[in-house]
Design a protein. Structure first.
Length: 483
């Protein structure tokens, strides 16, 4: 009886650290059960760390070492993605991928990759000749002698995926606490105490999905230490005019010149190049460098001819959480009962996140003896997109809701109605970056040069704040200063 009374005093059954794609996937899966669940995030929104800056690739699963957690969750997650996209209404295209081989001497390595993929359970793998590759992709380099074709490879909107899972989790009862930074974790007799900058949270179980900081939290409670290095990757994003330069995701077979970079279309019609791979000590080191961006462009030209680099509209950096074991660390810590890791989630982390969510939620539900909800709803509808409607449908929408006819972002064709929806819906945007992630306002060729003032007005109006309080992201990033 004392144990039961003590457990009732805990605020939550499960506290999840981190609102990236992995944390939000776990939250959604846990929302199926009769559990009190919260997500603690240091930034002002979901998808604010590694999940916002990556290759946006759903890997087929042939790259990870057979038998590894990466291989298992990659293939399982990839198989889940088409169904999830329908249930949660986010952008996903199964465009297929090609791994290019540039010399006959490297064919054995390509065949090894093929065999590894088959062992991992990847379906439909084929080795193509150079001629067959160029028939599929006319702009591929003449140096290509063969390629591994994976029809199950895909591209996804990482913002859309993460936000969709978060919204669905929230609609099913999960509580999200933003601007909440974990300062200390202490094991108690019946759970964990998490000291934050906004007070103390107690929970029976903790899920550590903290990206590049996951080692710090794991090491607070476990004697079996892990170590994560921030692996910096730089990217170039090209205008939509370049988006059809290739149709598949183009990888390079690792060789004497290194792993290379990818060239891929995005689900929104742009062309993406990158990333580099450089280990750094600064876990907030998201600055771009001329040297690394030049490397991206140089390596991209090894794969694809005629890339219109003059159409680069922006560059950015993503930090991958590389754990020393070179594999995901997923499961209950051996010496810390009730503490569950989702650590070291680097590539193919985006592809693997849905499967990791299912796996960890299952473990936690079993441990807590949680019962499934009878009223769980797994579907979510995204923001209305007038630009994807027929002329007749769009005209009818505007007649009923005129704000969808008022264009704010000319480059992306984003209306006032879409921006208002982004702000007022479940877990709505509280910053300009939050709007950007939900509806792409400011992601076009002018990079928000035209539409920012109007977006700020709408955000201030909807949230009942002054223009001087509107932030780019976290407090301290206010866009206006003075009276």
């Amino acid at each position: 009886m004392e144990a039961e009374n003590s457990m009732e005093k805990l605020l939550y059954d499960v506290a999840i650290i981190g609102a990236g794609v992995t944390g939000c996937s776990i939250a959604r899966e846990l929302s199926r059960y009769d559990l009190r669940v919260c997500v603690l995030e240091k930034d002002e929104d979901v998808c604010s760390g590694t999940s916002k800056a990556n290759s946006a690739i759903v890997h087929a699963g042939h790259d990870a070492e057979s038998g590894s957690m990466k291989a298992r969750f990659n293939v399982e997650g990839s198989r889940m993605m088409p169904g999830l996209a329908k249930e949660l209404d986010f952008d996903f295209i199964q465009n297929g991928s090609l791994v290019l081989c540039f010399a006959d001497v490297d064919r054995p390595a390509l065949e090894e990759l093929y065999e590894k993929g088959k062992k991992n359970g990847v379906e439909g793998l084929t080795i193509l000749s150079g001629e067959e590759v160029r028939r599929l992709e006319p702009n591929v380099s003449d140096r290509v002698v063969a390629a591994l074709y994976a029809p199950t490879g895909g591209i996804v909107c990482p913002f859309g995926l993460t936000i969709a899972m978060a919204e669905n989790a929230c609609d099913n009862g999960v509580e999200f606490q933003f601007l909440t930074r974990i300062e200390e974790i202490r094991k108690m007799e019946d759970g964990y105490e998490l000291k934050t900058n906004r007070g103390t949270v107690t929970a029976r179980c903790v899920v550590n999905a903290a990206g590049v900081y996951a080692d710090a939290f794991h090491n607070m409670v476990s004697g079996k230490k892990i170590h994560i290095t921030a692996r910096k990757g730089e990217y170039c994003l090209l205008d939509k005019e370049a988006g059809a330069h290739v149709g598949h995701t183009i990888f390079q077979l690792p060789g004497k010149l290194g792993k290379g970079v990818l060239v891929t279309p995005t689900v929104h019609g742009n062309l993406l190049l990158g990333p580099t791979a450089r280990d750094i000590n600064d876990k907030e080191g998201t600055d771009t460098t001329a040297e690394d961006l030049a490397e991206v462009q140089e390596k991209a030209t090894l794969s694809v001819r005629g890339i219109p680099f003059r159409q680069v509209i922006t560059s950015f950096v993503g930090l991958r959480a590389h754990e020393d074991s070179d594999d995901f660390v997923v499961g209950e810590a051996e010496d810390s009962e009730g503490f569950f890791d989702a650590a070291g989630i680097e590539s193919p982390g985006l592809s693997s996140a849905p499967a990791i969510g299912v796996y960890l939620a299952g473990l936690i539900a079993e441990k807590t003896e949680a019962k499934a909800k009878n009223d769980w709803h797994g579907k979510r509808k995204g923001i209305v997109k007038p630009g994807e409607m027929s002329r007749e449908e769009r005209a009818a929408l505007i007649r009923e809701h005129p704000e969808y006819g008022s264009i704010v972002c000319r480059c992306e064709g984003i209306s006032e109605g879409e921006i208002r929806d982004a702000i007022t819906r479940t877990l709505g945007a509280t910053s300009l970056d939050g709007i950007k992630r939900r509806v792409r306002q400011g992601m076009g060729r002018c990079q928000a040069g035209f539409c920012t003032p109007r977006a700020m007005e709408i955000l201030a109006n909807e949230r009942g704040i002054r223009m001087e309080e509107v932030c780019k992201n976290v407090p301290g990033s206010e866009m206006l200063i003075g009276e």
